[in-house]
Design a protein around this ligand. Structure first.
Ligand SMILES: NC(=O)c1ccc[n+]([C@@H]2O[C@H](COP(=O)([O-])OP(=O)(O)OC[C@H]3O[C@@H](n4cnc5c(N)ncnc54)[C@H](O)[C@@H]3O)[C@@H](O)[C@H]2O)c1
Length: 504
């Protein structure tokens, strides 16, 4: 579990404001215990005043006045707000009875009147124990009261890396569903892909890197969820500079997690990839062994672990392992195999197939956005700590089959289209057949757009001139990464990112 320093916690606490809805479950617990023990103290003193003559003289009552503070101190020492925060309610109840007894004993040793101490203990024990039992009761069929309350917070949904290929569709769908959307993106592919959202009243852009702590904090403030799409994508881009890749894909994820937790953003959805399965001869599901064949896949696994280890009762993490995505987006990608084949067929009339026998799972980019929104809208207790493969069993196919399918669709637009099969590239060893049953069963998710329809939509875009040449640098992840790496190694740039800034 992450350790948050007291100063960082106080700073984060101050920035969240003081409305009741800004309280995290742990803060609510602490406040409740302090309130119950203070109220118990007042009730005990009143009782003694009214019914036990002379028992509440100021001098005799002084040790009892410290009971609320001593009680919280014992709770803290017992780990009630730290390691026991997600323990079963019965265990918390037992610990609370112990800390009430310890507080009573402490007050007695300090000279408080026995009658006052016993009364205080009896009055305080009941609400603090019953409150734990009450919030643990199944409130809906999906989870306890505390889970339900936490999961229904309002506030913008933050999309880290929202100006990218998947980000465009995610923003579009979130806005359609009525969410306020806040994007933090360093705009590696420019502002143009999200230009049309800029005037939307529920859209906000923060231009910057996820590792720019002040921007990340501004992005996460009052948010209800974080969707983390930012990162270097694909094996070639991640191979450009391993340090930069780890920084962008692992360090950024860790920082996003820390900030989300510190600011009380309870839902976190992480974009991972089915490439974590690497090579497998049998169908893989979410429980299968991971077999990363590249730094990209390894950083996705590291990101997943970072987040899944951080799960708490007030921090709901869901990992989505996307199949190979295809289809049109305002930030087009032509390094993805189905898109690349469509581009080759439409531009050159010839598809070059490498590794025709390799199995790959596919999913349309709009369906990826649908899966993300499904998770955001699912009961928090259902998706807590869950890993889902995102795709559809109907779209597992070999690269050779894909080449033939693209050729047949593109022939509706131009003829002839030829398919040339080459030997498998030595550096491309991924081969996997993926099971998507879990997301279908638990969240009712099935893809809506098939391969042929998605390819046809792209072919139409080629035909009407929506794209520049598919090999243009503007689309290249590798060229963009090379430029970003120059900034990364530039000391002035680092200073800009990390040097403390004067405010005002
Ligand atoms: N497209 C796929 O086939 C696919 C498959 C599996 C997983 N994924 C995952 O989905 C996510 C999104 O993929 P995509 O295809 O939309 O990629 P993309 O490259 O189109 O978009 C990534 C966006 O993140 C931004 N970005 C990158 N690093 C950043 C940082 N440090 N700070 C702020 N912004 C940053 C970029 O500017 C870009 O707008 C990635 O995490 C990727 O690994 C994608």
């Amino acid at each position: 579990m992450a350790v948050v320093t007291p100063t960082a916690w106080i700073r984060a606490r101050l920035s969240r404001g003081w409305s009741l809805s800004s309280l995290g479950p742990n803060e609510a617990r602490l406040l409740f215990d302090a309130g119950a023990s203070a109220a118990g103290l007042v009730a005990a003193l009143l009782f003694l005043e009214l019914f036990v003559p002379d028992s509440t003289s100021l001098r005799r009552s002084l040790p009892l006045l410290g009971a609320p503070i001593v009680f919280i101190a014992w709770n803290v020492l017992a780990g009630l707000y730290t390691r026991l925060r997600i323990a079963a309610w019965q265990r918390k109840a037992a610990v609370l009875l112990g800390t009430v007894a310890a507080t009573s004993l402490t007050c007695l040793l300090l000279g408080a009147p026995v009658s006052g101490v016993v009364l205080w203990g009896l009055i305080v024990a009941a609400p603090v124990v019953l409150a734990r039992a009450f919030v643990a009761l199944p409130f809906t069929r999906h989870g306890s009261l505390v889970t339900t309350l936490v999961a229904h917070r309002h506030g913008p949904v933050v999309v880290l890396g929202g100006a990218g290929y998947i980000g465009w569709h995610t923003i579009d769908l979130l806005l359609q569903h009525g969410y306020d959307v806040r994007v933090l993106d360093r705009l590696m592919y420019g502002r143009e892909p999200i230009a049309e959202f800029m005037r939307h009243p529920r859209f906000e852009l923060i231009e910057g890197d996820v590792t720019e702590i002040t921007k990340l904090t501004s992005a996460a403030r009052n948010a209800s969820a974080v969707i983390h799409l930012a990162g270097l994508v694909g094996d070639p881009a991640c191979a450009v500079d391993p340090d930069f890749t780890r920084h962008t894909n692992i360090v950024a994820t860790r920082m996003a997690k820390e900030v989300a937790q510190s600011l009380g953003v309870y839902r976190f959805v992480f974009a991972s990839s089915c490439s974590v399965y690497g090579v497998s001869d049998v169908e893989v599901d979410e429980l299968s062994a991971l077999n990363p064949m590249s730094l990209y896949a390894q950083t996705k696994i590291d990101g997943e672990r970072e987040l899944l280890h951080a799960v708490r009762d007030d921090f709901f993490v869901t990992v989505l392992r996307f199949a190979t995505v295809f289809g049109h987006s305002r930030r087009p990608r032509f390094d993805l195999v189905a898109n690349l084949f469509t581009a080759q067929a439409m531009t050159e009339g010839c598809i070059n197939v490498n590794g025709a026998q390799q199995w790959r799972p596919f999913v349309h980019v709009r369906d990826v956005a649908r899966a993300i929104v499904h998770v955001i809208e699912a009961p928090a207790a259902v998706v807590q700590s869950q890993v889902y493969n995102v795709g559809d069993r109907r779209m597992n196919m070999t690269i050779g089959q894909l080449g033939e399918l693209v050729a047949s669709v593109v022939r509706e637009f131009r003829d002839p289209v030829t398919v040339t099969v080459r030997d498998q590239a030595a550096d491309e060893r991924r081969n996997y057949l993926v099971c998507f049953e879990k997301i279908r069963r638990q969240l009712g998710f099935e893809a809506e757009t098939g391969l042929a329809d998605g390819i046809r939509e792209m072919a139409r875009r080629f035909a009407d001139g929506s794209y520049q040449h598919y090999r243009d640098e503007v689309y290249s992840n590798v060229a963009t990464t090379v430029r970003a790496v120059e900034h990364f190694h530039d000391p002035l740039e680092s200073q800009r990112l990390y040097a403390p800034r004067r405010v005002g």
